[in-house]
Design a protein around this ligand. Structure first.
Ligand SMILES: Cc1cc2nc3c(=O)[nH]c(=O)nc-3n(C[C@H](O)[C@H](O)[C@H](O)COP(=O)(O)OP(=O)(O)OC[C@H]3O[C@@H](n4cnc5c(N)ncnc54)[C@H](O)[C@@H]3O)c2cc1C
Length: 374
């Protein structure tokens, strides 16, 4: 039985980023059930990088991740990981104060944010409905993430430093004999000193399989559809449009318009599928806020965003088992925070100092510790 310092369960962006940052310091095994890493949440995101959309502790992780995303290490990616898109935040009648508050928040953070008149908003997004629009501002600090390149970059980096990536291997059980784990998988048994739970929506199930107390991490389904853009639209120049009340957002995606009704339905872990009603809501919100008529839905999908009870990520050793390490609960920002969370987890596991970017942005490991939950 091959033995490793660290075995990571889950080959989404969380497990892959940790494997990349940890492999230079420890022997690492990454175990992924699917044949393709990233098949679940990681492959179904809206691929958006934002600096101000989340809880303060998550925004700090975003700021600490931005440098890596803008300037990854040599050889990590063949083209830029981020492409600036900007976002128009829109409000309808009665929501003017919310838009103004978002403007002031971004302005206070030093962003080149702009208040927009209806004409200025229409100049950026010609198919917005002027009757819907009561207030708008433009925040330039939204980027598209090349998620596949990011994921493949992490996996390549991990392998280059000697990590073993095993896909098509499901963890079925884990036993600790007081010294090390024996991990039973569908691809055979492995041994490891420490086991990392980066299993996304299955994080609580993996804890239970290892005899560790689950933390109440609950998957929530979110839906996205794509529709055709109006003829002649320059998708590269089109910003994202985000409802100030978080009911919907839409943005260009692979030549079409991705629309999400920003749904958040608690559900079981699994291969999430879109519900008809959520697809209909996506089309409805788009028609409500724009002059577009949705005649055909080109594609639709759903993915799972998994949250701890306080909606912050969970990073650190389990209180009831120091050789079991949590890296879970990334919710709706696991892609954009992956550089910071991967480095934070690697520093905690290897006992090294926190990287400078995390210290500079005030990332406080205790805020993410599993100990806060039980
Ligand atoms: C519609 C939608 C839009 C989103 N938009 C954004 C966005 O714009 N920006 C952003 O940053 N984030 C976004 N997110 C959130 C982001 O996708 C997640 O936070 C992130 O992908 C979580 O990564 P993960 O590695 O934890 O989970 P996953 O990618 O789900 O990976 C977990 C892996 O663990 C494996 N696994 C589970 N159990 C076992 C087992 N027993 N044995 C072996 N392997 C196992 C699974 O097969 C899976 O591959 C969005 C999510 C959705 C659904």
């Amino acid at each position: 039985m091959t033995s490793y310092d660290i075995a990571i369960i889950g080959g989404g962006i969380a497990g892959a980023s940790l494997a990349c940052f940890l492999a230079p310091q420890r022997s690492v095994l990454l175990i992924e059930r699917e044949t393709a890493p990233g098949y679940h949440s990681t492959g179904r995101s809206a691929a958006e990088f934002t600096l101000r959309d989340n809880a303060p502790a998550v925004n700090a992780l975003a700021r600490a991740s931005h440098g890596f995303m803008m300037t990854p290490p040599d050889g990590f990616a063949e083209s830029p990981l981020l492409a600036r898109r900007g976002a128009v935040l829109v409000g309808t009648a009665g929501q003017e104060a919310k838009v103004e508050a978002a403007y002031r928040r971004a302005d206070a953070a030093g962003a080149a944010v702009l208040r927009l008149t209806t004409e200025q908003a229409l100049a950026r997004v010609p198919f917005l409905d002027p009757d819907y629009l009561a207030a708008a501002c433009f925040d330039p600090d939204y980027w598209d993430i090349d998620v596949d390149q990011l994921l493949q970059g992490y996996l390549r980096g991990a392998r280059r430093h000697g990590a073993t990536v095993t896909s098509g291997a499901e963890l079925c059980g884990a036993r600790h004999d007081g010294r090390r784990w024996t991990l039973e998988t569908t691809a055979g048994a492995f041994a490891a000193a420490t086991m990392v739970n980066a299993a996304g929506a299955w994080a609580d199930a993996v804890a239970a399989a290892a005899g560790v107390q689950p933390l109440g991490i609950v998957p929530h389904r979110r839906t996205a559809i794509t529709v055709d853009l109006p003829n002649g639209t320059d998708a590269a120049a089109l910003p994202e449009v985000s409802d100030i009340a978080d009911r919907f957002y839409f943005k260009p995606d692979a030549g079409r318009l991705l629309v999400s009704p920003a749904d958040e339905t608690p559900c079981e872990a699994g291969d999430a599928q879109p519900e008809e009603l959520d697809v209909a809501y996506a089309a409805h919100y788009l028609e409500e806020a724009t002059t577009l008529e949705v005649r055909r839905i080109a594609s639709s999908w759903a993915g799972l965003r998994s949250f701890a009870p306080d909606r912050l990520p969970v990073v650190g050793p389990a209180r009831d088992h120091p050789a079991f390490f949590w890296l879970a609960g990334q919710g709706g920002s696991g892609i954009l925070t992956s550089p910071a969370l991967g480095q934070l987890a690697a520093a905690l596991l290897a006992g090294g100092p926190l990287p400078a970017a995390l210290l500079r942005e005030g990332v406080e490991p205790g805020a993410f510790s599993p100990a806060r939950l039980i």
